[in-house]
Design a protein. Sequence first.
Length: 560
Amino acid sequence: MVADIPDEQTPPEPGPQPKGWSWRDRARGSVVKGTVLDPGTEPLDGIEAFQTAYVPDRLLLSGGEKGALLPDNLERVRRAAGAFGWGVEREALDGSETDDDAPPPEPRFPGAPVVIRVRLTTPDGDRGVSPALPDAWRVLQQVRRDALGGDPVRSRDGRVDAAATLRAAGLDRVGLDHLLTVDPVGLNPYTKSNPYTKSNPYTKSNPYTKSNPYTKSNPVGEYGEAGLGGRQPVAWVGPPLVRTEPAKGRRRAVVAVLDTGAGVHSWLPDDIVDRDVQIDGRPLGLTDEADPEVYPDLYGPLDGELDPVAGHGTFIAGIVRQAAPDADILAIRVADALGIVEESALLRVIEDLGVLVHRYRTGQGGGRPVDVLNLSLGYYHETPQDGLYTRDLYDLLAALRALGTAVVVSAGNDAIDRPTFPASLWPWPGSDNGILPDGGAAHVSVGALNPNGWTTALFSNVGPWVRTYAVGAGVVSTIPDFRGGIQATARDDQYGRRRLTIGPEDFRGGFAVWSGTSFAAPLVAGRIAAALTDLPAEPEKAEDAVAGIAKAAEAVIAPD
């Protein structure tokens, strides 16, 4: 076939944008939301804080069993905020306002915590009362300071035990609304010393002709480069995946992927991937137009380069599809086009999933099974030790696991051993998180291996809290047929053929290579789903489902 060759190289058409999209939308969305915590702010004796990222004007509150502590914690936050001249407005997790005097809501499914969020406000029309904008960290520390100034728990030597005091007061139920990130290599903006002042890492003259790409000052960054594990086009030359019908009286395993959604791809048709998961007529997750699986260049400069997170969810869905071709996939978008996830929004979606699974297990209408939950996202908690972290996310995942849903989480790509959340929310050897075995389905944290399958990828987080490792570097999977503005480096048309080097952002072939623990986790999730070969069509009891998923998970993660 002879290509139609114009006299001059035709520049690509502008990338697709949502209807009515303008520079205002691009500028507004390009601002990384949240605040990076300065551990030196509002210090407290006995509480060592570390850097994290959070929504600055919001706190999450829960109340233990059936929300019993919620009124007390709400009043504590109100008093602490008042010390800075700030007000407090109560909200549901979806952001809808709630009457401050309303009783605590009921748990949405058995074992789930009751969680609300509060928004800090400044006095209307009088900025002089409060010289600073609201800061949830300062309020949280003031809540703790008030509790420690009362009748604190003391150790045997008479010293104040800050952690025990706060736990006894129920203040492990008051915390920040953290920001999580989905995590291919190099995406997390919150682990750099200054994530907002990059000169311009996207304008290299020619990334393919470096004289020696292995002598960089940051060898971890190699994985983010095309040709060394970064997102790049690749050709799939194997046969299409074969999908078999379940035996009579059996059903398919179901894997839920909470990420950036899933784009259109021949491997991911609607009868395999549900992109519109709903509960009571309401969709789960984000439904706005700024969808990185549809519009790959929404934010950042108009340099033609695709957004770093574009295609992330589609890539993960393709890995699950390869590992478990007979499984069904629920693709739920929780991350925006910058790859950022608000903790409160994540909690809301996990709550919804728990309600769906509980309805299914108990034979109620409107339920559906979820056998494996994949979370290729995470954050670093500011006080992860001694049970001082907010337990809401752990409690929700534990309640979901008690229904027979395995949880698989990526470990992160910062080449450190600091535990990430929710990956480390299990009783790992030597853990100091206060978590005990709970008898639920498996919680599996996953680090990344190199393509050889036995060496650990240099970017992968490590430590005793990482339960298993799987190939996560140089992985091949699906990607929407994106075409970015970065063009091939050379062209020489001969014999009526358009002859080019590989276009580094021409994904019209539908497949890519990429690296990250983000992609090791769905490989494990898919393998667990593939091991669930005898699921009855009729709902199992939760305890039977837990036993089955435990057997499948152990078979997958057991050392060779």
